[in-house]
Design a protein around this ligand. Structure first.
Ligand code: E4P
Length: 218
């Protein structure tokens, strides 16, 4: 399973990339706003830090303008992935960009039928938003299960399932059990993945006992 980080905060990305866990980065207009940075500059910096796919989202809603924005974004670096919304224009732009060999992430997916259309449009990644489905009282992970089943029924569909809008480590483990290809993690959830109170308590007890032996390994 690949781990992407869902942020446009360069210092956070630098910090986490030293772990060697980061396979890619996703951003969206809200994350760019939160960073307070210019999109072209911040995407260029992120692409320098992380060699994997870095998603930069178009802000246009019609096909021609999406393609015009994609032309600008894709020039930033080889690993820029163009993120388009799951609309008819977005899917049309996806097909055009994929025909030019540009990586495309189709975002704002909330149903299996949308995921099927994105795959048929040649999307590199489909981003189903699990947390936002949970927020309205549905089960976001049911959607991941459906998409994984559908895609695996048709091996000629090469779209990777990129689980987005993740709120907790539980989403990550469930996605891994279902065989999703990628999770995009907010930095706080990535940090939570390692936490376990029994690890902390166990280490504390080992260190206290070790001190009492009076030994040193080096
Ligand atoms: C994915 O690419 C999106 O940027 C993101 O996961 C949205 O998550 P949110 O629902 O926490 O905003």
């Amino acid at each position: 399973m690949k781990f992407f980080i869902d942020t446009a905060d360069v210092s956070e990305i630098k910090d986490l990339s030293s772990s060697g866990f980061l396979d890619g980065v996703t951003t969206n207009p809200s994350l760019i706003k939160k960073s307070g940075r210019n999109i072209n500059e911040v995407i260029a910096e992120i692409c320098d830090i992380v060699p994997g796919p870095v998603s930069a989202e178009v802000a246009a809603t019609n096909y021609n303008d999406m393609i015009a924005e994609a032309q600008v974004l894709k020039k930033i670096a080889k690993n820029v992935t163009i993120k388009v919304p799951l609309t008819w224009d977005g899917l049309k732009a996806c097909r055009t960009l994929r025909d030019e060999d540009v990586l495309v992430n189709v975002t704002l997916c909330f149903s299996a039928s949308q995921a099927l259309l994105a795959a048929k449009s040649g999307a590199t990644f489909i981003s189903p938003f699990v947390g936002r489905l949970d927020d309205i009282g549905l089960d976001g992970m049911d959607l991941i299960s459906d998409i994984c089943t559908i895609y695996s029924n048709y091996p000629n569909l090469n779209t990777e399932v990129l689980v987005a809008s993740i709120r907790s480590p539980k989403h990550v483990i469930e996605a891994a059990k279902m065989g999703a290809d990628i999770v995009t993690l907010p930095p706080n959830v990535l940090k939570q993945l390692i936490s376990h109170p029994l690890t902390d308590n166990g280490l504390k007890a080992f260190l206290e006992d070790w001190k009492m032996t009076g030994q040193s390994i080096t």
